[in-house]
Design a protein. Structure first.
Length: 361
């Protein structure tokens, strides 16, 4: 239970708070957000938790991904633990404390959206499902090639236009199992794909396999978190580009901060400035984690994700690092704007009653 009450929040803010609190091991905030989201969106909580498990925990704790998928897809299994809310709280606590790794997100974004990966997509579009499956497991290929091959072999489109007409997800997972990935994990991937319809799930066992094939033992690092302020009871890092207030704060930053405005204007036209600034803010504090599993290719994958996310919205290659850097340097200014806008929007503070939080124990 939260030691102090938090204000009432909408579903989008609850969803953002849930995921980012899990990344930062902020157990009390994560539980409060899960309570709010479950109350407002009901069974949608199970899809949300499944996606967070594969996006943010992933190979950091494959067994936890299996457990989250089991409870998310099997009501009978949940009943053995208790009420749905009790299961949600249990999973949220476990996910908060787990070692994290979100490199699967960089892999799927590059495979699907990177402008510089068009040649890779064209190459694997011309291959059969069997050839894609073999390529996904081939340690001699680049991680980008393997990601494209696995995505196309899975047949899982995710959001956006329908670009894949079919796939062989069970065969892909069987091949990853044959190469050394635990069968319970690959079976959970199939169930999680059915639950979420998102191909990021497919990248998680592929990432685990790449680590295994690299013949190294990943290590856990404790990250230094960027600065934060409270905005009427809600941490500033909640308000990123996926929330209404977050978008408004980024727009205001462009008005107030000449360094940010001039840096972005150097690389992109004015009509792209807001979207590019929003991406910079996302990388500045939305993806921060406390306990992160790293391996020798973690830096490469981070750069792949960073490069993808900026170039897909029109940023030239030479503008990626300057814009990301100026947004990080301006985070305290952005946080001040978030606080101001949140205070203005609240009018009066609406807190949850103690009975609501007690009911979630």
């Amino acid at each position: 239970m939260l030691s102090s009450q938090i204000p009432q929040i909408d579903a989008w803010t609850a969803s953002s708070l849930l995921q980012k609190a899990i990344r930062r091991n902020e157990v009390e905030y994560a539980e409060a957000a899960a309570i709010a989201f479950h109350r407002m969106r009901g069974n949608a909580i199970w899809r949300r938790l499944t996606l967070i498990a594969f996006e943010d925990v992933g190979p950091g704790d494959p067994d936890l991904c299996v457990s989250v998928t089991q409870y998310a897809t099997d009501p009978a299994a949940r009943q053995e633990i208790g009420s749905d809310q009790e299961v949600v709280n249990l999973l949220v606590r476990q996910m908060c404390k787990a070692t994290k790794n979100r490199e699967a997100d960089y892999m799927i974004c590059a495979a699907k959206q990177a402008p510089f990966a068009e040649r890779n997509r064209a190459m694997f579009a011309a291959k059969s499902s069997a050839e894609r499956i073999i390529a996904a497991g081939d340690a001699r290929l680049t991680l980008l090639d393997r990601s494209v091959a696995a995505w196309m072999a899975s047949g899982i489109n995710g959001g956006g236009p329908q670009v894949l007409s079919g796939g062989q997800l069970p065969d892909l997972m069987a091949n990853l199992s044959a190469l050394g990935i635990c069968k319970s994990f690959t079976s959970a991937v199939i169930s999680a794909c059915q639950k979420t319809g998102e191909p990021i799930v497919v990248m998680t066992p592929l990432l685990a396999l790449a680590m295994r094939q690299n013949d190294e033992l990943p290590v856990v690092v404790e990250e230094v978190l960027p600065p934060t302020v409270l905005c009427n009871g809600i941490p500033s890092w909640v308000f990123d580009k996926h929330t209404r207030l977050g978008k408004s704060a980024i727009r205001q930053l462009l008005c107030e901060n000449r360094n940010v405005r001039d840096c972005i204007a150097e690389f992109v036209p004015e009509y792209r400035a807001l979207e590019v600034a929003a991406m910079g803010a996302f990388y500045a504090d939305a993806i921060s984690m406390t306990r992160r599993m790293v391996w020798t290719r973690s830096g490469e994958l981070y750069q792949l994700g960073l490069r993808t996310d900026f170039t897909k919205i029109g940023t030239p290659e030479d503008g990626v690092m300057p814009i990301a850097s100026v947004m990080l340097a301006s985070l305290e200014h952005l946080n001040d704007i978030r606080r101001r806008l949140r205070t203005a929007s609240c009018g009066q503070r609406l807190s949850w009653g103690a009975g609501d939080l007690e009911a979630a124990k």
